[in-house]
Design a protein around this ligand. Structure first.
Ligand code: AMP
Length: 207
């Protein structure tokens, strides 16, 4: 099935072609329509599978229909284990955002660098990509609010748990609105990942 049949915003189709995305990878074919139907998703998928575009493309499509919310109240949170992944995900949002009639402001925040520039940059942000510890620091400083989130993505959930972020993740989950869409990606389905999956996902599409 071509990208044009998946229900994505038409403006994305040209950028897909420009970036040599000729056909959807299997994960994209399965997951994109499910995300557009607001379903929860569990994707057991390593790097290289095309998992990033499988959530970035439908999230950008969904945001084309939404109106601007309150300042510093993000709508989409992508939790990642490392600065490297945060920057990679930001780059994928950046590539596809360029073509859209309604631009989506995306920011990546992570520890190990000064927090002040990140606080300032959060102004008007809609999609936040964050490592758990730095996100909590920003929440505690009232630089960002999580009460209007409609989509939560956990990318490389297994790595986040292996790096010891379980407590921070639980704290973040407790701050999110109850009604939301949850998308969880992990290279492996360990017992720990399975526990989070049971806790977070409602009747997910499993890939
Ligand atoms: P990921 O698994 O998200 O890290 O993506 C792996 C690589 O595949 C990235 O370099 C993407 O740009 C590329 N990619 C993802 N989906 C497609 C596609 N449908 N066609 C061609 N390249 C793709």
């Amino acid at each position: 099935m071509p990208f044009s049949k998946l229900g994505l915003a038409p403006a994305l189709l040209l950028v897909l072609a420009d970036n040599n995305y000729t056909r959807p990878y299997p994960i994209q074919q399965e997951i994109i329509p499910a995300i557009l139907k607001n379903k929860d998703v569990l994707g057991i998928a390593p790097t290289g599978s095309g998992k990033t575009a499988s959530y970035v493309l439908p999230i950008l499509t969904q945001l084309q229909h939404s109106t601007a919310g309150k300042n510093r109240h993000i709508n989409v949170l992508v939790l990642v284990p490392t600065r490297e992944l945060a920057m990679q995900v930001k780059e994928v949002f950046h590539i596809f955002n360029a073509s859209l009639p309604q631009k989506v402001k995306t920011l990546a925040v992570f520890g190990g660098v000064s927090v002040n520039p990140q606080m300032m940059a959060l102004h008007g942000v809609n999609v936040l990509i964050a490592t758990p510890g730095r996100l909590l620091e920003l929440v505690e400083a009232n630089a960002v609010h999580l009460s209007d989130i409609h989509t939560l993505v956990l990318d490389e959930a297994d790595k986040m748990l292996n790096l010891g972020f379980k407590e921070e993740m639980d704290r973040i989950f407790s701050l999110l609105p109850k009604r939301r869409q949850n998308l969880l990606f992990s290279a492996t389905l360990s017992q720990d990942v399975n526990n989070i999956t049971q806790f977070l996902l409602r009747d997910p599409l499993v890939f």
